[in-house]
Design a protein. Structure first.
Length: 315
């Protein structure tokens, strides 16, 4: 019997297929004979107590001109699927959380969802790193400007960010005595109404912000180091960073061993760790990227390894 896969993702017509990890997963699933279904954005809901959405049949091709073909979308219970990939990008706002609640209802009825929707709600991608204090640089989470100023005085140079950004957006580099620090704090915390994060600035960012991919808690053999260019301090590819594929270091393996078992236990089957130098800075669970870049640089098939795991046994 043909296995049926549904994917919840951002609009497929807008993706860049050369860098899109969701697309790599779809190509692999199709190659293995899965019947693909695309969940129309914003269509998840409940009818008669049953989770579902407007699903369209989907075919994909590794072609920059015509990379997808959709059938007619119609309301379909998720229980008719064998697997759902939840791959929506942040922000994890109210709409995102509501979608995970719909997926939790489907999961309770027996549907496999990757990643686990409860874990997606619990593991904020910035705050999750705090579960592993032995792995992270000095870090502060607060709404209070005075606490951030004291942290800057203690650490010297710091990086500040919102708790729901991605792709390097809303990340600031500052230091003790910076005349712009107050306005940065006003912007990030909305004048004390929202939590923000500060971490000690890590000079090792010059050597790259490494993306380590975990599948069922085990690291892929190579990382993508995203190296800042010019005067930019952010390594994110979306911020202009240059990607370089490297084998994991001994410290990378250690961090993965610290983090992997806990994330696997929470049903986080595909995860991206961000590591600068020797320190874990973020844990990406919503829509980790870099499959295609690492595959190309190291001759791997990461989506194949993921589907080996998904087909072998449910988490």
């Amino acid at each position: 019997m043909t296995r049926r896969l549904a994917i919840v993702m951002d609009p497929i017509e807008s993706i860049k297929i050369a860098k899109d990890s969701s697309f790599a997963m779809l190509l692999e699933a199709q190659r293995r004979g899965w019947a693909l279904h695309y969940v129309q954005p914003g269509s998840l809901g409940m009818r008669g107590g049953e989770a579902g959405g407007r699903l369209a049949t989907l075919a994909v091709a590794d072609d920059r001109v015509g990379w997808f073909r959709l059938g007619e979308a119609r309301w379909t219970p998720l229980a008719t699927m064998d697997l759902v990939l939840m791959r929506r990008d942040p922000p994890v706002d109210a709409d995102y959380l509501h979608d995970t609640q719909i997926l939790s209802a489907a999961s309770r009825a027996g549907l496999r969802v990757c990643n686990n929707p409860t874990g997606l709600r619990d593991l904020n991608e910035k705050l999750a790193a705090l579960l592993f204090p032995q792995c992270i640089p000095p870090t502060l989470v607060s709404r209070e400007a005075e606490a951030f100023r004291a942290f800057a005085a203690e650490q010297g140079e710091i990086v500040l960010k919102t708790l729901d950004g991605m792709g390097g957006r809303s990340i600031f580099r500052s230091r003790h005595g910076d005349p712009n620090l107050n306005v940065i704090l006003e912007t990030l915390t909305a004048e004390g109404r929202h939590l923000a994060m500060a971490q000690r600035f890590l000079p090792a960012i010059a050597e790259g912000d490494k993306r380590i991919l975990l599948i069922d808690g085990e690291p892929v053999s190579h990382v993508l180091a995203r190296i800042p260019q010019g005067s930019e301090f952010r390594g994110n590819l979306a911020a202009g960073g240059r990607g370089e594929v490297r084998p994991l270091s001994e410290r990378d393996h250690w961090i993965a061993a610290q983090v992997g078992p806990e994330l696997k236990a929470r049903g986080m089957r595909f995860v991206g760790l961000d590591v600068i130098g020797d320190w874990l800075t973020e844990i990406n669970v919503t829509s980790p990227t870099c499959i295609r870049e690492i595959d190309a640089g190291a001759g791997l098939n990461i989506a194949g390894t993921l589907f080996d795991a998904l087909e072998r046994a449910p988490a």
